[in-house]
Design a protein around this ligand. Structure first.
Ligand SMILES: Cc1cc2nc3c(=O)[nH]c(=O)nc-3n(C[C@H](O)[C@H](O)[C@H](O)COP(=O)(O)O)c2cc1C
Length: 369
């Protein structure tokens, strides 16, 4: 749940918060979690072509920013990508479908970065079957640079209200090369109401909400110590933490004022959506999920290149009993031929956002083969 400065000021009244912010000018200027953002500076600064590509790959989008990747280097030119078995979302992603999509985003970003450096990657998915390593990759000379790679560092998941401005038809048509794009009013209205209803189910189901709360990092020190999960940082949010308006306890308590305010913010954000992007697949194998991730990453980069913003809103696609009705509605609306909806995202003109934290590459390298 992201609270922006502007939204929160209008919600709880500017006086108190401005006073709190002004009182600590030094505090304000030092709240950036620099260490947690270091991997964005470090990308592309390695000698080994594989490390270089991996340093970009780990900036890929992934559910709840869990960064579930582990990499074992092999010889001089190969690597094995594993899924970190400790990083999963048992309540909202019980079958690891979304986790696998995130690993697909990682692989596509790795391949794009290698291509930009003049290397081709020969990928074999699930070389030991669906329960083994995710991919074996061999790097060789000869890759072609894809223009999408230019947007890797600027790409974001934009968790903000979008401007009240339609996605121009020519841009929507360009994005149709990557995903199904919905801009017509009846579809947008139906999807906005679906994403809101589904979000409320997640927020009001204690075990699914707790899964998110457990992954919240409150303020710079927590974000630097654990550069993953849901980062609640920046001078303004930290001012709210000092005031007790935002805290782990508040976020987990539906009766609290802070929780209710958070819900209103989320509703306003979801409503400020002029278009949606959707990925489906005819079947739902692990390879399909990787492929969906690769397509999502390409879509996200293309969106960035067009000056637009994208924000996954996955609640209605999640597979737990309380969500079953919304899951069915999403599939009736978006994949009536019995396909699986792999990704649903808001599309529009959003504000620019700071990058989200990442664990350094060195923490993701393992010996296991
Ligand atoms: C499969 C998948 C599902 C996601 N679902 C959501 C979601 O429901 N809500 C959300 O705010 N972000 C969602 N995200 C975005 C992640 O939270 C985001 O990628 C992560 O925090 C890293 O931030 P970044 O993409 O800006 O680098 C999803 C991403 C992926 C790959």
């Amino acid at each position: 749940m992201s609270l922006t400065r502007r939204q929160t000021l209008s919600l709880i009244g500017g006086g108190t918060i401005l006073a709190a912010t002004a009182a600590g000018a030094g505090f304000v200027s030092t709240r950036t979690p620099t260490r947690a953002l270091q991997p964005w500076q470090q990308a592309g600064r390695y000698d080994d072509v594989r490390l270089n590509a991996l340093s970009f790959a780990l900036l890929a989008p992934n559910p709840h920013n869990l960064q579930p990747w582990q990499v074992a280097l092999e010889g001089d030119d190969a690597l094995l990508l594993h899924r970190d078995p400790t990083r999963h979302l048992p309540e909202t992603d019980p079958f690891d479908r979304q986790i696998t999509i995130g690993l697909g985003c990682f692989l596509e970003q790795m391949v794009l970065a290698a291509g930009a450096a003049g290397y081709a990657v020969d990928l074999t998915l699930f070389p030991q079957g669906p329960d083994g390593p995710v991919a074996h990759a061999v790097f060789g000379a000869g890759g072609a640079a894809d223009p999408l790679a230019a947007h890797i560092l600027a790409r974001r998941s934009c968790k903000e209200p979008f401007e009240d401005k339609a996605v121009p038809a020519p841009l929507a048509r360009q994005l149709e090369a990557y995903a199904d794009i919905y801009t017509d009013a009846p579809s947008v209205q139906a999807l906005t109401s679906l994403t809101w209803d589904a979000w409320l189910v997640e927020a009001m189901t204690p075990r699914t909400m707790q899964e998110s709360v457990d992954l919240m990092r409150f303020g710079k020190a927590e974000i630097n110590a654990n550069p993953d999960g849901i980062d609640l940082g920046g001078p303004f949010l930290e001012s709210l933490m000092l005031l007790g308006v935002v805290s782990r306890k508040v976020q987990a308590d539906p009766a609290s004022t802070g929780f209710k305010q958070g819900i209103e913010l989320y509703r306003a954000m979801l409503q400020a959506t002029p278009a949606y992007a959707v990925l489906t697949s005819p079947t739902n194998t692990r390879t399909d999920q990787i492929d969906a991730g690769r397509r999502w990453l390409r879509l996200n980069l293309a969106v960035t290149g067009l000056g637009l913003s994208l924000h996954p809103v996955s609640q209605a696609l999640q597979e737990y009993p309380e969500m079953a009705d919304h899951y069915a509605t999403a599939h009736n609306l978006l994949a009536p031929q019995g396909h699986t909806v792999q990704m649903l995202g808001r599309l529009g003109y959003g504000p620019s956002r700071a990058p989200s934290p990442r664990w350094p590459l060195e923490t993701k390298l393992i010996d296991r083969t």
